[in-house]
Design a binder for this molecule. Structure first.
Ligand SMILES: [Zn+2]
Length: 259
């Protein structure tokens, strides 16, 4: 069993760049900005040993070049297409090994077509998922490139992971996501509790992430489009006549976009 120390490095207005540290070394996930990462590494006396990239958006990749200048030869893992400065291009089903942990690559298209997630299932007390802008605490990423059906399939893959998986997403969007979730499922008691807890954490200046997958399954409407409560709410809001779960999901996403 390896004890990893995982910290969010705040960047821009609401991004989290994740730092996974062990024995004086660090893996950095989605460095959109190099400056706060360099500061964090220096402050904690960590050496950069690898960079993981989930997708090509600037707020996830723009810090790669400066970090590699400061730490030459750093391996940069990322998707097959679009991202600059990737040294190891990955595909769904591949496994890489870092810090004696196996990290599985899961393709999760939807937010972008190249989007991948990193799943650490062994050698840690509970599984870890670094999912970029796919699953958020209480919500999911916008559909910039993929279809609703692709995103639904990606979220189903994530939903099937062990319930005690810790979900490390890349933005602090939780309170606004939960505010929307409350419009969809106003009678969901676990959701009410979660809103209170999230408000308290933000009031205390703390991040609301990571979250546990079990809690997402109970409170995140984008993982609950198979539930009667979410379906009834979406049908009432969107005046859907003939529908399948993918239509419910698409209407729910549209509802959130306009919220
Ligand atoms: Zn993005």
């Amino acid at each position: 069993m390896i004890m990893l120390s995982i910290s969010p490095i705040p960047a821009f207005s609401d991004n989290y760049i994740w730092c996974v540290a062990h024995n004086g070394e660090a893996i950095i996930v989605d460095p959109g900005d190099a400056a706060p990462v360099l500061k964090h590494l220096e402050h904690h006396q960590l050496k950069l040993s690898a960079i993981l990239i989930t997708h090509h958006h600037y707020d996830h990749v723009d810090g790669i070049a400066s970090l590699c200048e400061r730490y030459p030869q750093t391996p940069v893992y990322g998707p097959q297409n679009h991202c600059p400065n990737i040294t190891q291009r990955l595909s769904h089903g591949q496994t890489i090994s870092l810090f004696d942990c196996n990290i599985d690559v899961i393709a999760v298209p939807g937010h972008t077509l190249d989007h991948i997630a990193y799943y650490v299932s062994d050698n840690t007390p509970n599984p870890l998922l670094f999912c970029g802008d796919t699953l958020f605490a209480g919500g999911c990423g916008r559909l910039f490139e993929g279809t609703a059906e692709q995103m639904l399939t990606s979220l189903r893959l994530i939903s099937a992971l062990p319930a005690n998986t810790a979900v490390y997403c890349a933005h602090e969007y939780t309170l606004s996501n939960l505010h929307f979730a409350n419009s969809v499922e106003p009678e969901n008691e676990q959701l009410q509790q979660r809103i209170q807890q999230a408000k308290q954490r933000r009031a205390d200046g703390l991040p609301t992430v990571p979250s546990e997958l079990a809690l997402e399954l109970l409170t995140n409407p984008f993982l609950r489009t198979g539930k009667n409560t979410v379906q009834a709410s979406v049908i009432a809001h969107s005046e859907l006549k003939c529908w399948k779960e993918k239509d419910i999901f698409a209407s729910l996403r549209k509802w959130k976009d306009d919220f």
